[in-house]
Design a protein around this ligand. Structure first.
Ligand code: F6R
Length: 610
C-alpha cells in the first residue's frame, strides 16, 4: 500500500523514480510526487491521480529536476483525501527535509499538537507530515541523528525515505512493519518498497528488517541496527524474469495473469509431486515435518481472495487429511481471543506476504507459541520471513490489483498440503496418487477453459449493465461464490454477493427478479442435484441464470440462460477450473463498463495498513 522509491547514483534520478513509480502504481494510485535534489536545493512536483498526471505536470511546470538524488511516492489515501496538499513527499516548515512514507503513524494527532505548540505549521491532513516536522525539530546538523531521535516517538507502521537539502548526497531509509529494500546497482543505489521498482536496474538486493536504518550516498550504503550500530547484511540475488512485470502484448495485466495460469499451476507444483509414492514433497516444511504429525487443528488466516482460497482448503484438509480446520479473516483473528494449544497450527495465506492484518495474525499466533505456517507468493516478504515454515507459490509477481493467478496457486498449494498431511495420516497411496495425477492434468484443462474467452465475453455483453449479481455454489465451490462476487464488485463496481446456494431460500432469494441475475457454479459433483434444485428456485422467480457446468452436461441448458463448460476433475480440484470463467467474466464486465481493470478505484495491491 503506497509505493516508495529513492535513487542516488551517477545517473539522473527522475527517470528512475518515474519508472519505479509506474511499477509501484498498483500499490496505490490516488496521487503521486517526486522530490529531486540538484546538489543545492530540493525541487518537488506533485499531482493528484495516477502517475500519468504527474508526468504531465512535470512537463508543464518545466522545473529543473536534473539532480542525481531523489525520492518519490505513489499514494493510497489513509489520512486525508487525495489532494495536492496530501500527496507525498512531505516537508517540514523550512522545506529542507523531504520524505515519503508508507504505513500509518498511530500517534500522529498527539505529535501534531506537540509540534504545533512549538510553532510548526502543517499544510496537509496526513500523518506523514508529522514525521517531517518531527525530524526538523530534532535536526541540528545530522539527519541520521535527527531521524533516530524521531523514531523513538513514532508509534505505528512505517517505511520512510528521507533527505535533507543540507546533506544533498544522502538518503536515509527506515522501516517498521512495512517493506523496504535496497537495490545495489552499478554506481547507483535504489531504495524501494517493492522489488518490481528495482529489478530493471539490479538483481542485488538487501532486505531491511524492522528498525534498521540505511544511509545511502554516492560512496555506497551503511546499515545500522536498532541500537544504531553499523551492521553488515547479506546481499541477496533476486530471480525475477523481467517479462513477468511487463504486459507482454495483453491489454491488461489481469488478462495476462489469467492466461498465465496453466504455467503458474505448473510452476507451483514443479518438483513437488511424487507420483510413484502418491505423495508430495514440500521442502519448506521439512524442518517441521515431525511437528506436523502432532497437529490436530489448523486455523487458516488471510484476507480477501486469500481468505477465499483458505475456505477451499478447509474442505480439502477436512475431507482428505482428517484435520479440523477453521478459516478466519486475519483482521478478526488478531483481535479475538483464539483458543490455541500446542497441537494447533496457524497457516497464513498471502500473495504479497505484506498484508498488515495477516502479518499481525501470525505475530499473535507466535506470541501464543503455536506453530506458524505460510503459503506465500512473494519470496522474502515479511510474512514469509516471520512464519516458522512455509510453502512458496512460485506464481511470479502478480501486478493486477485483482488477484487471479495467486488464487489458483494458493488453492493448488492447499491441495499439495492436503496430500502431504493426509499421507502422514490415513490417506491411502491410491487416493494420494489419484490427487497427484489429477493435479498434473490441470494445466491442460485450464487451457481448454481459456479457449472459451470469446464466449464468456459475449455473456458479459448481455449482463454488463446489471446493477446486481448473485454468485452461488456449494461445498468446494461455495468459496468460489464469494470469490466470483469479490472479483465482480472490485473490478466493475457492480453490487455482487456470494452465497452458499442452499442459503438463498433463507432470505436472499427475496431480491431475485428478472433484473437480478445469478451465476451458479454447478459442476457434476456430490452436491449437483442440490444445486440444480436451487437453480430451479431462481428460475421460478424469473431470475436469469448463468451456470458453470461440467462438459457433457446437456440437461443444465434447460434451466440456464447461458452455460460455460469446464472439464471434469476431482471434486476437490474443481475450484481451480471453475474460477477461470468467473475471472474472465469479471474481467470483461469491467472492460465493458470502461473500468480501470488493473487499478480499480479505491484499491491498492498489498494492503500494509490495518
Ligand atoms: C482481491 C484481492 C485482495 C487480496 C487481499 C489479500 O482480488 O486481491 O482481496 O487477496 O488483499 O492480499 P494478500 O494475498 O497479498 O495478503
Amino acid at each position: 500500500m503506497c509505493g516508495i522509491i529513492g535513487y542516488i547514483g551517477q545517473n539522473k534520478a527522475l527517470p528512475v523514480l518515474l519508472d519505479g513509480l509506474r511499477r509501484l502504481e498498483y500499490r496505490g494510485y490516488d496521487s503521486a510526487g517526486v522530490a529531486v535534489c540538484d546538489g543545492q536545493e530540493i525541487i518537488t512536483v506533485k499531482a493528484v491521480g495516477k502517475i500519468v498526471e504527474l508526468d504531465k505536470k512535470i512537463s508543464l511546470e518545466n522545473k529543473s529536476l536534473q539532480g542525481n538524488v531523489g525520492i518519490a511516492h505513489t499514494r493510497w489515501a489513509t489520512h486525508g483525501k487525495p489532494s495536492l496538499e496530501n500527496a507525498h513527499p512531505h516537508c517540514g516548515c523550512k522545506q529542507e527535509i523531504w520524505l515519503a512514507h508508507n504505513g500509518i503513524i498511530e500517534n500522529y494527532a498527539e505529535l501534531k499538537k506537540l509540534l504545533e505548540k512549538k510553532g510548526h505549521k502543517f499544510l496537509s491532513e496526513t500523518d506523514t507530515e508529522v514525521i517531517a516536522h518531527l525530524i526538523e525539530e530534532n535536526y541540528k546538523d545530522d539527519l541520521k541523528i535527527a531521524l533516530q531521535k524521531s523514531l523513538k516517538l513514532l508509534k505505528g507502521a512505517y517505511g520512510i525515505v528521507v533527505m535533507h537539502a543540507k546533506e544533498p548526497d544522502t538518503i536515509l531509509a527506515v522501516k517498521k512493519g512495512s517493506p523496504l529494500l535496497v537495490g545495489l546497482g552499478d554506481k547507483e543505489t535504489i531504495i524501494a518498497s517493492d522489488v518490481s521498482a528495482i529489478i530493471r536496474y539490479t538483481d542485488k538486493i538487501v532486505y531491511l528488517e524492522d528498525n534498521e536504518i540505511v544511509k545511502v550516498n554516492k560512496a555506497g550504503f551503511k546499515i545500522f541496527n536498532s541500537d544504531y550500530e553499523e551492521i553488515s547484511k547479506e546481499i541477496k540475488k533476486v530471480e525475477i524474469d523481467k517479462n513477468e512485470i511487463e504486459k507482454s502484448g495483453f491489454p491488461h495485466f489481469m488478462l495476462k495473469e489469467i492466461f498465465e495460469q496453466p504455467k503458474t499451476i505448473t510452476d507451483s507444483v514443479r518438483g513437488r509431486l511424487v507420483l510413484s509414492e502418491g505423495k508430495v514433497k514440500l521442502g519448506g516444511l521439512e524442518s517441521v515435518q515431525e511437528k506436523l504429525r502432532e497437529i490436530n487443528r489448523i486455523i487458516i488466516v488471510g484476507c480477501g481472495t486469500a481468505y477465499n482460497a483458505g475456505l477451499v482448503g478447509e474442505y480439502m484438509l477436512e475431507e482428505y487429511a482428517n484435520i479440523p480446520v477453521e478459516v478466519e479473516y486475519a483482521s478478526e483473528f488478531r483481535y479475538r481471543k483464539p483458543i490455541l494449544d500446542k497441537n494447533t497450527a496457524v497457516l497464513a495465506i498471502s500473495q504479497s506476504g505484506e498484508t498488515a492484518d495477516t502479518l499481525a495474525a501470525i505475530k499473535e499466533a507466535k506470541e501464543k507459541g503455536v506453530l506458524t505456517l505460510g503459503i506465500i507468493n512473494s519470496v522474502g516478504s515479511t510474512i514469509a520471513r516471520e512464519v516458522d515454515a512455509g510453502i512458496y507459490n512460485h506464481a511470479g509477481p502478480e501486478i493486477s490489483v485483482a488477484s487471479t493467478k495467486a488464487f489458483t496457486s494458493q488453492v493448488i498449494i492447499l491441495a499439495l498440503l492436503t496430500v502431504f498431511l493426509g499421507r502422514q495420516r490415513q490417506m491411502s497411496f491410491i487416493t494420494g496418487k489419484r490427487i497427484v495425477e489429477e493435479i498434473e492434468n490441470l494445466p491442460n484443462k485450464i487451457n481448454k477453459i481459456l479457449k472459451q474467452e470469446k464466449d464468456i465475453k459475449k455473456i458479459a455483453k448481455k449482463y454488463y449493465k446489471s446493477k446486481n449479481f448473485a454468485f452461488l455454489g456449494r461445498k468446494y465451490n461455495e468459496p468460489l461464490a464469494f470469490e466470483g462476487a469479490l472479483k465482480l464488485k472490485e473490478l466493475s463496481y457492480i453490487h455482487a454477493e456470494g452465497f452458499p446456494s442452499g442459503e438463498m431460500k433463507h432470505g436472499p432469494i427475496a431480491m431475485i427478479d428478472k433484473n437480478f441475475p445469478s451465476l451458479f457454479i454447478c459442476p457434476q459433483d456430490s452436491v449437483y442435484e442440490k444445486n440444480i434444485s436451487n437453480i430451479e428456485e431462481i428460475k421460478s422467480r424469473s431470475g436469469k441464470v448463468i451456470t458453470t457446468a461440467t462438459v457433457g452436461d446437456e440437461n443444465i441448458k434447460n434451466i440456464s440462460d447461458q452455460v460455460i463448460y469446464i472439464p471434469k476433475s476431482l471434486e476437490m480440484l474443481t475450484p481451480i477450473l471453475a474460477v477461470i470463467p468467473l475471472q474472465l467474466f469479471s474481467y470483461y464486465m469491467a472492460v465493458l463498463n470502461n473500468r480501470d481493470v488493473d487499478k480499480p478505484r479505491n484499491l491498492a495491491k498489498s494492503v500494509t495498513v490495518e
